[in-house]
Design a protein around this ligand. Structure first.
Ligand SMILES: NC(=O)C1=CN([C@@H]2O[C@H](COP(=O)(O)OP(=O)(O)OC[C@H]3O[C@@H](n4cnc5c(N)ncnc54)[C@H](OP(=O)(O)O)[C@@H]3O)[C@@H](O)[C@H]2O)C=CC1
Ligand SMILES: CC(=O)[C@@H](O)[C@H](O)COP(=O)(O)O
Ligand SMILES: [Mn+2]
Length: 384
C-alpha cells in the first residue's frame, strides 16, 4: 500500500522537490492532496500528472480556472485558506509535508496535529510563531514531526539511537549567506537581486532573504529548541560556507556526530517521507575529495544583528517570536519591492517588538491576534 501524502505548498521549492521524490517511488508514495497559494497553472500541471483526490488553491480568484481544468479529470477542487486547513482532517492521507511559506503554515499544521497526521515539517515558521503551543499539542497527539529543514534533519539523524540526556550541544551550521564577507557598511546598500543570490541553496525568495540577514539561523535556533526540547543555551550556530556539514550534535563524552551531504533538499525530504529510513538517492553523491577544505567560523552578530533575535525570543518567550516573524514577513516583502533597505528589515522587527503588546502565555487566539496586529502595524509604518 502506498503512503498517502498531502503536499501543502506543492508549487514552491520544497513542494516541487517533494513531488520529485513521490515520482521516484510510485509504489511507495502517492500525492493525495495538493495545495498551493496562487500559481494555478503549475498546480493544474501537477494535479494532471499526480492525480490527487483534491487540489486546493488558497487564492480564491484562481478557483474557477482550477475547477474548470480538474473537474473533467474527476479531481475534487477547493479554494481559500480555510479549505486548506479543513483538508487536514481528510481520512485519505497519513502524512503532510508542510511546505507553505511563513505564518500560513501554522493553522493547517495545528489542524493536522489534531487529526493525528504524521508531519514532515518544512515550514519552520510554525515553530517560530507558536513553538511552545505546538509542542504541547504534539505531546497529546498521535502526530509525530520529522523535520525537513536541512539542519534539523541532520540533528534528527545524529540523535537517532542516542539518549537525549547525553546531549551537550546542538551545533547548527550556517552558510553565512551572500554577504558573509561584506562589511556592515557595504550591506547597507545591497539590492534585492544581490540578496536573492544565495551561494549554496536554491530556495524560495522569502527564506533566501532570511538567509542573507541570517534571521534564518535565528529561526533555526528557535525551531531546534522546540523540536528537540533542548535548552536555548545548549544550541549554537557556526558558519560553514561550504554547506556540506548540515549540522552536528556534541555529546557529554566529547563525541561530536555530524551529517554530511551535498547541499540538496531531496535528501531531507526523502528521509522525512520515508519515516526516517534510508531510501536510495538519484542525486550525485558527496565526493569529499572535490573540496580542498571544509571551514568553520564564528557568526558575527554585529554584522548580522538578526542573530540576536534568537536569544531575545527564547529569553522573553510569550509572543515575542510571533512578533518577530510577522514583522519580518512585512519587511522582507517591502525589501523585495524596494520600499525599505536591507538594514531596514532588522529595524522593522525591533520597532515592532517595541510597539506590539507582549503576552507572556499566549493562547492560539493570542498568536493569531498578535500576527495580524503586527502585520497591520508594520505595513502602516512602512507606508508612512
Ligand atoms: N526551499 C528550501 O530549500 C527550504 C525551505 N524551508 C522552509 O520551507 C517552507 C517553504 O519554503 P520554499 O519552498 O522555499 O518557499 P516557496 O516560496 O518556494 O514556496 C512557497 C509555497 O507556499 C505556497 N503558498 C504561499 N502562501 C500560501 C498560502 N497563504 N496558502 C497556501 N499556500 C501558500 C506557494 O504557492 P504559490 O507559489 O502557488 O503562490 C508555494 O507553493 C518555508 O517555511 C521555508 O522556510 C526550509 C528549509 C529549506
Ligand atoms: C536548505 C536549508 O535548510 C536552508 O535553511 C539553508 O540552511 C539556508 O542557508 P543558510 O545557512 O544560509 O541560512
Ligand atoms: Mn535550514
Amino acid at each position: 500500500m502506498p503512503h498517502n501524502i498531502a503536499v501543502l505548498g506543492s508549487t514552491g521549492s520544497i513542494g516541487t522537490q517533494t513531488l520529485d521524490i513521490i515520482s521516484q517511488f510510485p509504489d511507495r508514495f502517492r500525492a493525495v492532496v495538493l495545495a498551493a497559494g496562487s500559481n494555478v497553472d503549475m498546480l493544474i500541471r501537477q494535479a494532471t500528472k499526480h492525480r490527487p483526490a483534491i487540489a486546493i488553491i488558497a487564492d480564491e480568484r484562481k478557483y474557477s480556472a482550477l475547477k474548470e481544468a480538474l473537474s473533467p479529470l474527476g479531481i475534487e477542487t477547493a479554494c481559500g485558506e480555510q479549505a486548506l486547513a479543513d483538508a487536514m482532517e481528510r481520512p485519505d492521507f497519513d502524512t503532510v509535508v508542510t511546505a507553505t511559506v511563513g505564518y500560513s503554515g501554522l493553522l493547517p499544521t495545528i489542524r493536522a496535529i489534531k487529526a493525528g497526521k504524521q508531519i514532515a515539517l518544512a515550514n519552520k515558521e510554525t515553530l517560530v510563531v507558536a513553538g511552545e503551543l505546538v509542542t504541547r499539542m504534539l505531546r497529546d497527539s498521535a502526530s509525530e514531526v520529522i523535520p525537513v529543514d536541512s539542519e534539523h534533519s541532520a540533528i534528527y539523524q545524529c540523535l537517532k539511537g542516542e539518549d537525549t540526556a547525553t546531549v551537550k550541544k546542538l551545533i547548527i551550521t550556517a552558510s553565512g549567506g551572500p554577504f558573509r564577507t561584506w562589511t556592515r557598511e557595504e550591506t547597507a546598500r545591497v539590492t534585492a537581486a544581490q540578496a536573492l543570490n544565495h551561494p549554496r541553496w536554491h530556495m524560495g525568495a522569502k527564506i533566501t532573504i532570511d538567509s542573507a540577514t541570517m534571521l534564518n539561523k535565528a529561526f533555526e535556533i528557535i525551531e531546534a529548541r522546540w523540536l528537540f526540547d533542548v535548552a536555548p543555551e545548549k544550541i549554537e550556530a557556526v558558519v560553514h560556507p561550504q554547506s556540506i556539514v548540515h549540522s552536528m550534535v556534541e555529546f557529554v563524552d566529547g563525541a561530536v556526530k555530524a551529517q554530511l551531504g551535498i547541499p540538496d533538499m531531496h535528501l531531507p525530504i526523502r528521509y522525512a517521507l520515508g519515516d526516517a529510513s534510508r531510501l536510495p538517492s538519484e542525486e550525485r553523491p558527496l565526493s569529499l575529495s572535490d573540496y580542498t577544505s571544509l571551514t568553520f567560523e564564528k557568526p558575527d552578530a554585529e554584522k548580522f544583528p538578526c542573530l540576536t533575535l534568537a536569544p531575545r525570543a527564547l529569553t522573553d518567550g510569550g509572543n515575542t517570536a510571533c512578533i518577530i516573524n510577522a514583522a519580518n514577513e512585512v519587511a522582507v516583502a517591502a525589501f523585495l519591492r524596494g520600499a525599505i533597505s536591507f538594514h531596514g528589515i532588522y529595524d522593522t522587527i525591533t520597532d515592532a517588538l517595541d510597539r506590539i503588546s507582549f503576552i507572556p502565555t499566549p493562547t492560539l487566539d493570542d498568536y493569531v491576534a498578535t500576527h495580524h496586529a503586527t502585520i497591520e502595524y508594520c505595513k502602516r509604518k512602512i507606508e508612512q
